[in-house]
Design a protein around this ligand. Sequence first.
Ligand code: G6P
Length: 611
Amino acid sequence: MCGIVGFVGRRNAAPVLLEGLRRLEYRGYDSAGLALLDGGAFTLVRRKGRVAALEDAARGKAGKVGIGHTRWATHGAPSERNAHPHIYGKFAVVHNGIIENYRALKKECEESGETFASDTDSEVIAHLLAKYDEGDFLDSVRHAVAGLRGSYALAILCEGRPDELIAARKGSPLIVGERDGEWYVASDIPALAGKGMKLCPLSDGEIAVLKRGGAAFFDIEGKRIEKEWAEYDTETSAPQLCGYPHFMRKEIDEIPASIAQTAAEFLKKPANQSLCEVLCHTEYVQIVACGTAYHSGLAAKCAIEALARIPAEACIASEYRYRDPVVSKSTLVVAVSQSGETADTLAAARLAKERGAYLIAVANVPHSSLTALADHVIPTAAGTEIGVAATKSYNAQLIALYLLALSLRAAKSGARDVSSSGLASQCERDGEDARLLETLRALPALCGEAIAASRKTKEWARRFCSAKSIYFIGRGCDHAAAVEGSLKLKEISYLPSEGYPAGELKHGTLALIGRDTPVVAVMTDRALAEKTMNSVHEAISRGADAYLVTSLSEYAERKEFAASILVPACERLFSPAVSVIPLQLLAYETALACGNDPDKPRNLAKSVTVE
Ligand code: G6P
């Protein structure tokens, strides 16, 4: 969690750090701070709240070397005293991750008379740096990190070293950047975006020493290592609102382009023989992910089982490694993550690999810890997503996973080439496959129509914002869309909400449904529609107001619904990509009706790099 930026250059560091922090605010926004070195003592500026609050306070502060941080609180409430950087003795430090043994370390320091200024786990790192300080900055860092258990990405300054910054990483991402002889460090690539920026991601256990004259890399033993630099194709500027009131609204409008691009990238990839072999021998698919990405796994499970007839399971990544999962060489594990940095997803993916599974990453950030770990990467091409509540990345994940389902189907039916061209020729041979691929190709247009059809959600939102709780129900693939709709709503409106398989309502949740409780049914599968209607009627009989999102025109006008939205019809297995759109817009409109900022919901962060 949290965002880190550091700078060693010829200009004043504060504007560079603030620009980086603004770009990283999706990482956390409880509080922010920076420390600058200008020859003498540190200049420390910290503020509770957003980066904007820090900007005013940091204006005009001098120092050509600096570190900055935007925080998502884990240890210690959001406050100025808990904001990073933390300073002790000659050292200032910003930290991402969690120091699991901080209590024991802190106790030791306190027993030797040191006092702590914050409630964070991170401050102990500054104390350790002081403890091991014998005049060699790199040695102090090496010894300090050797005593840490848990995960860290660190950027550290030392008083008396006004042109030097040290960065270290274990378990939390950190990237070094260079442009025009100035040096940068950041927790995420978006902070370093821009033309001509060369990037060098640190691996676990590596330390970077950045000085005005150059960068050097070391392992934990202090041995010099050589690293490769690459000029990444990053966006030159941070995404702009372009006239939209919020990024979330803009990102919903970007769904058609995101899925079209994702499909195009998948289909232009050349054949990959080892992947083909793996798909041919896959007997079981496990999809591991968190949050919205997990919900894309629920939809994909239905598609893989129905299309390829291979057992598939969507697994909550934070539970996966504690259940001693059954994994064999014929298990295909698919880790799905927008950021590619979610700690729980990474831990599940590592375990699966250790146990012999082939690992596919479906990731939106191209150079991430997950893509580095995976045997094969299926990129989602949604572009940078700023809204904390994921929207376009979810739809892009669905398309990537549906294409994987089609590849598994092709492999299962004997195709030895399940690359895009292989898939295409397979589809030409098999009429049903051709139809499925065409349906996928039509999805961007259908999503565009669904956005246009969702204008009524503003009216729904006016009623929903005063509800005590809201329920979403669906069967089969519609269940996957329903749970995602519910998650979106609770994330940004703060209204209690649950998504349920429609048939499960009567086994408990019905007890919570009373007069005027909104119940939203998602119904796109004609074969299951009457079954879902039974659940709708059970809810209405208890006083619920029933709302409908459907592609079945004969149900859209039914009088038992308080209101309905008709989305375009598509192949039932792929329908969540379309039917989720009114639900995303409903969440957005309800957040606004509740007076909330949909882009930065309270207590949440976009990239969760702690367990
Ligand atoms: C956080 C975000 C969610 C996201 C989840 C998984 O909780 O707030 O929107 O779905 O992490 O993130 P990932 O980057 O792995 O998709």
